[in-house]
Design a protein around this ligand. Sequence first.
Ligand code: HEM
Length: 594
Amino acid sequence: MNTEPVVLSVSAAAALAICFHISIIPHEIDFKIKRLLGLYVASIAGLYYLLHRETVTNPGTVTVLSATVFNAALTASILIHRMFLHRAGKFPGPFMARVSKFYSVFLSVKKMQYHKEVEQLHRKYGDFVRTGPREVSVIRASAVQTIYGAQSTCSRAPFYSQVADHPNCSLHASRDRVYHNLRRRAWDRGFSTAMLKDYEPRMGALTDLLIAQLRSRVGTPVDITTWSNYYSFDVMGDVGFGKSWGMLESGKLHKAINELHAAMALLGYIGQVPWLSRLLMELPAATKALKGFQDWCWKQMEEKKKAVAQFRPIEAFCWLAVETPSFGPWGARAVDSWVSVLPVRNLSAATRLFGRVEVLDKPRDLITWLLTDSKLDTKLPSQAINEDSRLIIIAGSDTTASTLAHAFYFLAKYPGAYKKLQNVLDAAFPGGDAEFSNATACGLKFLEGVIFETLRLKPAVPGGMLRMTPPEGLTIDEVYIPGDVVVSVPTHSIQRDERYYEKASEFIPERWMDEKAHMVKDKRAFIPFSKGTFGCVGKNLALMELRMVLAKVALNFELEFAEGENGSRIEEETKDTFTLTVTPLFVIFKEREK
Ligand code: HEM
């Protein structure tokens, strides 16, 4: 046999593998895997054809040998680079984390509590831990502003592209800052102070429904995790889509929500390796699992689009309010005296001319804000807006439900705190829960303390939000982190760090009040809603929900663990599926004696 072509082919394969690896190092290839696999298969077929044409003996064997050498050389090159030469190489961490991000999958699969695994790694390796080949977790309060602050030069990491590509992705998956800002504007309008005022009574009606359901179960064990889910989903139905999903009414979780939780579980396992989750999501079996929830969300959106098509364009019909006293008897009370209804073509010109202009047919839910934003209208592909419909449900429901369930857990565990909360609320709303207003509740420091302490100890998104360092890298205190490294501050761990909180693992709502303010040593280490450009857009809505439910429940009922419940399951078995998936918590509500 002539060995020359064999040696040539095998050496070329090894050289090609190393050159290929060196050429991809500076690039993000995570979501090009399918194309690269296609290229790989085509190259093998091409090689076979070439060898066959040149009448080399055993072209099949030589092709397999060359492919094997290519694979081995590529693997060796990747491993050597990751272990000894990588730009993130100076950071300590487990050996396997240096080699592959699959180590994080292994840690996630153990108990599906990756946030707790990361906490252990920080205990062992210090403030800067290499949690993946190109990933560093940083547990320093000083890192928060640098990584997440409004002026941060970091961008979103590939993690965010695992469901869909730009520009067909949701707001949450938008990694391009300009595109993100354009979309975020419409979301911000949907969560403006005026809109929150509009949502408050609607949310109040749903809270009253929750209270009525709890009242009908007084004295019997209630799974408050599930009821928190019904509540938060129904709120998002109303605020997000302007319709009722009726879960509070029926006491049943919608089938689509079960499918959502199955999808989130998948994310909990493989979300650590974004390219793999993207590949899996495209497989028919996985798509089928996700499809139910996706179809349901998209159906909600289609219905909404039809309704919005009937909607008068924003800048066509406006109430006009004129703020100058010279405008007759209404002038003095101009702010709430609407003097005319006129068609207006240009809203900002009309505002300049008349002082103040209010839109007559103002959207009353989030989706309508997104669909009618004139700047977004032409630029947003319809898949992107469909993805946003999923985002509203995922981001707005599970997070609030998890926080509510955990707040009830702490209040049942610490009856003294519950009593104190009731006293504070009784003083603020002597006429009972009918008097509740978000404005008054905002001023109740103990209520705020209960909410903040829950968000501190049980942040609904417990892991670090992954960001990519800019090409020039960044410096945190004395430590330089090179460019194109994925960095994060682990929310769960930093919020339990003794350097930043006194008695950090204890539930002490008073630490958020003047009397024990010294127990919060560094407020920068409080990031349950993240921060900056990509921070939570629904924060104020979520806080309003939490205030309202906790206040109305505490004003109406006594609370205790049900028999056989001590909260250990919620502590030990709740899962990190990007948001927390909380285990059932059984409590008993009793009518308050007044
Ligand atoms: C206690 C409740 C909540 C918590 C703890 C929470 C937490 C967070 C966090 C940590 C992020 C940043 C995620 C990241 O960077 O990957 C985020 C983003 C977001 N949240 Fe919330 N959230 C809550 C409630 C809500 C609600 C009620 C909504 C309403 C729809 C909402 C909508 C969003 C959206 C749309 C984003 C993406 C923002 C963007 O990309 O600009 N959240 N949230």
